[in-house]
Structure formats: structure tokens, C-alpha cells
Ligand binder design. Structure first.
Ligand code: PDD
Length: 294
């Protein structure tokens, strides 16, 4: 089966998709992106991803938006054409190509829109089952992390450093000494008092769509989330910790800078949150992730 991708309104074989080397996404990382989880052949929280994409483009003053209906349709068509049951759709929109290099953004953008879809196990994976090890790395990113821009050198370096240290991910620590987020996920702790904590939204972190979904599923259970910052030391002393993102979904963090978090195993609150989130996206938990009930 030839993998299909989408470039500027045209469905093409992914291997044959081309974008100009003059594209501002390539020259300046003048581009934004979204990663939408796919489960049961359906894009998860697609409207919220499209809302965030449009917000990112507006914040960067792109002056134009891709057609929203066409983007939604492209998600569905790529999921079907590539027969994705579980995985993700990647969407990138850049300010386009102009045959030269000028820092100043053009008055009239000619957007480059690129989408591809990939099969990837999201639920029944070792990270979700057994948890992940995390190391802390200084957060050297720019000041508008609420915009989902493609300039991702800082997380590339942080995650590569984490791997070199035998860990699975990095938690980024800002100049205030407090955790901003994970390399490509939001960071959470559960305190020994049972408080579920994640950093408040600001320019310092990405407003995660999975983070937002947890607010909904926990509110339905009458459980509160506390939005505040925390340090690595507080997280090491916490009962539990976890990451959330469209590809990690809910991943327990069982070790932080070489110290076990809580029991060093995924804790009961994280398991409950995994279960609630998996159910919310339509998973038959007893069948696909029975370990959440163990
Ligand atoms: N990353 N924080 C950062 C820095 C991220 O890059 C991401 C997602 C998140 C979680 O957001 P969401 O729940 O909407 O996926 C938080 C994607 C998955 C990526 O870059 O691959």
C-alpha cells in the first residue's frame, strides 16, 4: 500500500511529496504544527487541535488560515487511505516559499500545508504499562511556548540528552527552578495528599489538548486539578507523576533524576486517570489495557 500524504490541497504518494527548499518553514522554522491522536480510526479532539492551530497562526500574524473544513477532511481521508486504526495525523502549516530569504514576513502569505498520517500503538505500550524514566534538563526554549511552532531544537537536544542518560524523556526546568513541561508533553504530579497538580497555562507552556481532556474527565468524576508550578524536588517527593500528550496519552513517570517517584511503579491515581482517558476516547479498557485495573 502506497502511503498517502497531503500537500497544498493535493493527495500524493508520501515518498513523492515535495516542498520548496525556499519554504520559510525550512529556512526559518516559520511554521506551526499539530499532532492529533487517532484511535479506533477516529481523530481524537480534532476540533480542539484545529482551534489551537488557528490560534498559533493568529499569534504569529500569518494573516491567513488554511480552510478548516478541508483540514478536517484531510485528516479523515488520510486516516482512511492509510488505514490508520491507532496512530496520529501530523499537520504543518508554514508561511510558504518566495524563492529567496527575507526575515520580514511577506504581506500576503502563500501557506504551505502538509499532512501525513502514521500508524503507532498508543495505548498498550510499555511506557503506558510500566512507566517512564525522566531526567531534568534546563528549559532553553523561547518565550512563547504556548504557540505550537516547529522550532524544536531545544526538545531535540533535551530528549537526546535524556536518552544518552538512559532515560525515556526530559522534564524541562525554567529559570525560576520550576518544571515547565516535558520534552513534548505536559508534566503532572500527584502529591502525597492526593492533589493532582499541573502547571497553570501561560506563555511558558503549551496548552495541551490531552491536558484539557483530563480537566473534562476528572470534572465528571468530581475531582479537582490544582494548577500551579512545582520543582523537581517536589516531584521526586510526590506520590505519583505522569506526562500527557497526543502520542504518550497518559504516561506514568516512575523515576526522576535517578530517584523513584512514589513506589517506583505506576500509582493508583495515574492508573485511574489512564482508565478514564482511554474510556473517553472510546477504548474497551478490559480488552486493550487490562493492566489499568491491576
Ligand atoms: N507534542 N507540551 C509540549 C512542549 C508538546 O510538544 C506537547 C505535544 C504537549 C502536549 O500537548 P497535546 O496534549 O496537545 O499533545 C505539551 C506533540 C505530541 C509533539 O510534538 O509530537
Amino acid at each position: 500500500m502506497t502511503r498517502q500524504a497531503y500537500v497544498n490541497g493535493v493527495y500524493v504518494a508520501a515518498d513523492e511529496a515535495t516542498i520548496s527548499p525556499f519554504d520559510r518553514g525550512f529556512l526559518f522554522a516559520d511554521a506551526v504544527y499539530e499532532v492529533t491522536a487517532v484511535y479506533g480510526g477516529q481523530p481524537i479532539d480534532l476540533e480542539r487541535h484545529l482551534d489551537r492551530l488557528e490560534r498559533s497562526l493568529k499569534e504569529l500574524k500569518f494573516g491567513a488560515l488554511p480552510d478548516r473544513k478541508e483540514l478536517a477532511e484531510a485528516h479523515r481521508k488520510l486516516i482512511a487511505a492509510n488505514r490508520i486504526s491507532e496512530g496520529f495525523v501530523y499537520t504543518q502549516v508554514s508561511r510558504g516559499a518566495y524563492g529567496g530569504r527575507d526575515f520580514v514576513a511577506p504581506d500576503k502569505p502563500r501557506l504551505t500545508t502538509f499532512l501525513f498520517a502514521e500508524t503507532k500503538a498508543l495505548l498498550d505500550v510499555p511506557a503506558a504499562r510500566n512507566g517512564i524514566k525522566v531526567v531534568s534538563v534546563a528549559d532553553i526554549r523561547w518565550g512563547r511556548r504556548d504557540i505550537k511552532a516547529t522550532g524544536l531544537l531545544a526538545p531535540v537536544l533535551a530528549k537526546t540528552e535524556a536518552k544518552a542518560k538512559g532515560a525515556d524523556d526530559a522534564w524541562l526546568v525554567g529559570q525560576d527552578g520550576l518544571v515547565t513541561e516535558a520534552g513534548s508533553a505536559n508534566a503532572w504530579i500527584v502529591t502525597k495528599q492526593g492533589e493532582i497538580v499541573t502547571r497553570a497555562l501561560s506563555h511558558a507552556i503549551l496548552p495541551g489538548i490531552t491536558r484539557h481532556a483530563l480537566f473534562d474527565v476528572l470534572a465528571q468524576q468530581g475531582r479537582k486539578i490544582t494548577e500551579r508550578s512545582f520543582s523537581i524536588e517536589e516531584a521526586q517527593a510526590a506520590a505519583e507523576a505522569f506526562n500527557t500528550s497526543a502520542v504518550a496519552l497518559v504516561a506514568p513517570v516512575v523515576e526522576l533524576d535517578g530517584q523513584p517517584v512514589g513506589s517506583g511503579k505506576p500509582g493508583p491515581v495515574t492508573r485511574q486517570i489512564q482508565k478514564l482517558y482511554y474510556q473517553a476516547i472510546g477504548a474497551d479498557v478490559a480488552k486493550v489495557a487490562p493492566w489499568v485495573n491491576e
